[in-house]
Each structure stands twice: as structure tokens, then as C-alpha cells.
Design a protein around this ligand. Structure first.
Ligand SMILES: *Cc1c(COP(=O)(O)O)cnc(C)c1O
Length: 430
């Protein structure tokens, strides 16, 4: 598979898109080819393991650039855990994607990206991954790159503005994971990272690379669990995707484009409802984001909307025929966490609750038929306070996270001045 930018017609390889992150025009990369994987999908059933699905799709998508054995090895190294499909009701299943090391679906993308980068590096090469995090996604990236050969990872986070658990996830791994605590805000962290990527001295002496969520190395593997789940059901289902930046939904739409039988998609959002509005009105109006209790979805201008629009040739009515939208308020999200607990004795995190609520609403009004698979994006223990306040029950932490709470914190504190970050990087890695 090859990729082009928004306004750069020359196609680049997977490898180039992986290490570059953004296209030469500064925008997203889009896949050029639409491979036909229908034959592959048709051969799978209830016994096919996630690893088999991941290996086969990686082989098919990365050929001919990556040798089949190498593509399979990347998937095998990345996916040390499995998704789980759990039936809740007659029409509703949960696709649990939080059984990886950081307790959220972002492990699938981050671990595949890390394994792919590692596979492409020569013995004598060394790169430095630089990421800024507001807390939530840093853990998946840190743990994905931990112990990676030829890779150092530097994580910038705002001091005192992330939760204790989030901070432990970044600061207890050690080894090649370097946590830098910035005395400032998340915006300061992002500004410092951007400045580092632009800096002449750093780019001459280091090999700084990003690992953003828009990287195609994170996007492609998210299509694998759609295929794994869909081929376990006898008929095409609807996927309900709790969405913020819309990477997860786009990956599902890609799988459908490649021949996966899917009835439709339901984009469930919180109050940040720009995409549901677009699906209603045909007008996309990005806004500043609003804070909600499902805060990993607080995105007012989702970057992957452009990828979604492109799949449908920019045609609103074609998109609206395949993708429906449904915004859910914080009040309804809390009510759903309570309902799911009362009906099923199951605790769900607020993001998953948004998806379940949207699905129940459309099933209830007769606007959806058949089976609906709701993507369950995080372990409830990652959002323990929100779950406890809504339900009155405290969820356990996922075991790997509980373990990191016991470990000592290691970080380097810097002021939000570029000179300090620059010296830190040069002293360690030049
Ligand atoms: C990132 C995230 C989302 C949103 O996924 P997008 O791909 O940005 O739409 C939903 N739930 C959780 C728990 C997340 O971490």
C-alpha cells in the first residue's frame, strides 16, 4: 500500500509514511490503493485468532513493499493480547479492546507502529521518538516503545496536570522511556515538541520522529479488529464507534472498503458533535472542544474527518448512507453506566457508555436493525472516579496498571523553555 498527501500527488511507501508521520504538504497521508480483501475475510470464522487476522491483513496491506514473513512478524510482536467479543443483549455486542498493556484500544495502533518502526531500523540505526501528551494517550505509546531496539522515546507531559495513574504509566517504565515533566501546560508541551521537530541543530544531530495518532502505522492496524469481530458473526452487523478524532471509525470504514461485510457505522460522540451535525446537515463546522466526562473524545475539529470524507469522494449523501451519528450528553452517559451495571452487572467506562447509549437509542426508535457491535474503548478502571460517581461501585484497575502504581517515579523536570529541552535531548542522544 502506498500513500499520498492532500496536495502532493507523488505516492510514498508505507515505510516513508510511517517515519514521516505527515505528508510533505504538512497534512495527512491517504491510502492510494483500495485492496480487495473479501476473499481473505470470507475464509475466517469463529476459530480464527486475532493474531492470524492481524498477520494476514498486515501481509496483504504491506505487500509488496514488506516481505510476507516480516509483515507477519510485526503483527505477532505487536499483538500480545486479544480483543474480546461479549454479548450484552439480543442485538448488542461489546467488542472489548482494552485488554492490552495500557488498558485502552490505542494499544493496538501504538504497538503495531512501534513493532513496524523497529522492524525497519537497521542494526546500527537509532531514532528518538518525541511525543507530547495531555495524559491519556502517552501511556499506550510509552509502553508500546518500551524496550524497542534502536529506539529512545521522550515523553513531554505537563507537571501536576495529569492523574497519578497517568503519570505512573509514563514514569515507571525506565530503560529507553524518558519522561520529561514540563512546568507548564499541555500546550507548552506541544509547542516544545513542534519546535524540536523544526530545529536545525536537533535535526542535524538527532533523528527525531513523531508517533502521532494520525500516523498510518497506528491507523491501519485498527482495521484488524473490525475484521476479526465481523467474521465471527453470521450476518453483516453495524459497528458503533465512540469517536473523538475519528481514527477508529475511519479504520473500520477502510475495512469495509476493502470488502468486509458491514451493514453500517454509528458514530457516537459526546457534546462535541460536529460530525453528527454534518451527517444531518451536510455542513461541517469545526469548533473549540467542550470538556465532558468522556474526555478522550473531547475533540472539536477531528483531524480524521478529512480521511472519512475522502472515502466517500467528498459526497455527503454517500457518507450519510453508510455512517450515522448520535451525540450523547454527560447526563445520559452517567445514566447508561448505571443501566449497564443494573442490567448486566458490568461496569463500563464513560466512552463505551456513550456508544451503548447511542445504540440503545437507535435500536429503540427502530432506526437500527440487526446486530450492533459497540467498540469498548477503555477499561473502566482507567476512569475509576467517573464510574464510581455515576454507579456507586469502584472498578478494579487492570492488573498491569495496578502494578505500575507500586513502582518509583523517574522523570526529568524542565521549565517550558526550548533551550532546556534541546540541551536534554543533545546531552542524552547526540
Ligand atoms: C482515543 C479514544 C477514543 C476516541 O478515538 P478516536 O479514534 O480519536 O475517535 C475513545 N475512547 C477512548 C478511551 C480513547 O482513548
Amino acid at each position: 500500500m502506498t500513500f499520498t498527501g492532500r496536495s502532493t500527488p507523488t505516492a510514498v511507501s508505507f515505510r516513508e509514511a510511517l517515519f514521516g508521520g505527515l505528508a510533505a504538504d504538512g497534512g495527512l497521508y491517504f491510502p492510494v490503493e483500495t485492496p480487495d480483501l473479501a476473499g481473505l475475510f470470507a475464509g475466517w470464522g469463529g476459530e480464527t485468532s486475532f493474531r492470524e487476522v492481524g498477520s494476514a491483513m498486515a501481509r496483504a496491506l504491506l505487500a509488496p513493499e514488506v516481505r510476507p514473513a516480516d509483515a507477519a512478524r510485526i503483527a505477532e510482536r505487536a499483538f500480545t493480547f486479544e480483543p474480546l467479543l461479549r454479548r450484552l443483549d439480543d442485538h448488542l455486542l461489546l467488542l472489548e479492546l482494552f485488554h492490552g498493556p495500557s488498558g485502552a484500544f490505542k494499544d493496538f495502533g501504538a504497538r503495531f507502529l512501534a513493532a513496524a518502526m523497529e522492524a525497519f531500523l537497521r542494526e546500527d540505526e537509532r531514532i528518538q521518538i518525541l511525543v507530547a501528551t495531555s495524559g491519556d494517550t502517552g501511556g499506550a505509546v510509552a509502553s508500546a516503545f518500551h524496550d524497542g531496539r534502536g529506539i529512545d522515546i521522550v515523553i513531554l507531559y505537563p507537571s501536576g496536570r495529569v492523574s497519578d495513574l497517568q503519570e505512573r504509566q509514563l514514569t515507571t517504565l525506565g530503560g529507553n522511556v524518558h519522561a520529561v515533566e514540563v512546568e507548564g501546560s499541555f500546550d507548552d508541551c506541544q509547542r516544545l515538541a513542534k519546535e524540536a521537530f523544526r530545529d536545525r541543530v536537533l535535526s542535524r544531530r538527532l533523528r527525531l520522529t513523531s508517533a502521532n495518532s494520525i500516523n498510518v502505522g497506528r491507523l491501519l492496524p485498527q482495521s484488524f479488529y473490525y475484521a476479526w469481530a465481523a467474521t465471527r458473526l453470521p450476518a453483516a452487523a453495524t459497528f458503533c464507534v465512540p469517536s473523538g478524532n475519528f481514527g477508529n471509525l475511519v479504520a473500520g470504514v477502510y475495512a469495509w472498503q476493502w470488502g468486509l461485510p458491514v451493514q453500517g457505522f454509528l458514530a457516537a460522540t459526546n457534546a462535541n458533535d460536529e460530525v453528527p451535525r454534518y451527517l444531518q446537515t451536510g455542513r461541517f463546522v469545526p469548533r473549540a472542544s467542550l470538556p465532558t466526562i468522556s474526555n478522550a473524545m473531547d475533540v472539536g475539529d477531528p483531524s480524521n474527518f478529512e480521511r472519512l470524507a475522502r472515502v466517500f469522494g467528498g459526497d455527503w449523501s454517500r457518507m450519510a448512507a453508510m455512517v450515522r451519528g448520535c451525540p450523547i450528553s454527560d447526563e445520559e452517559t452517567r445514566a447508561e453506566m448505571r443501566d449497564t451495571w443494573q442490567r448486566h452487572r458490568l461496569l463500563v467506562d464513560p466512552h463505551t457508555a456513550v456508544g451503548i447509549r447511542a445504540t440503545r437509542r437507535l435500536l429503540g426508535s427502530g432506526d437500527l436493525e440487526g446486530e450492533v457491535i459497540v467498540l469498548s474503548t477503555a477499561h473502566p478502571g482507567k476512569f475509576a472516579d467517573t464510574v464510581r460517581e455515576a454507579v456507586g461501585v469502584t472498578p478494579d484497575l487492570p492488573p498491569e496498571l495496578a502494578r505500575c502504581l507500586e513502582l518509583p517515579k523517574h522523570s526529568t523536570r524542565i521549565s517550558p523553555r526550548f533551550g532546556e529541552l534541546s540541551s536534554f535531548l543533545l546531552e542524552r542522544f547526540a
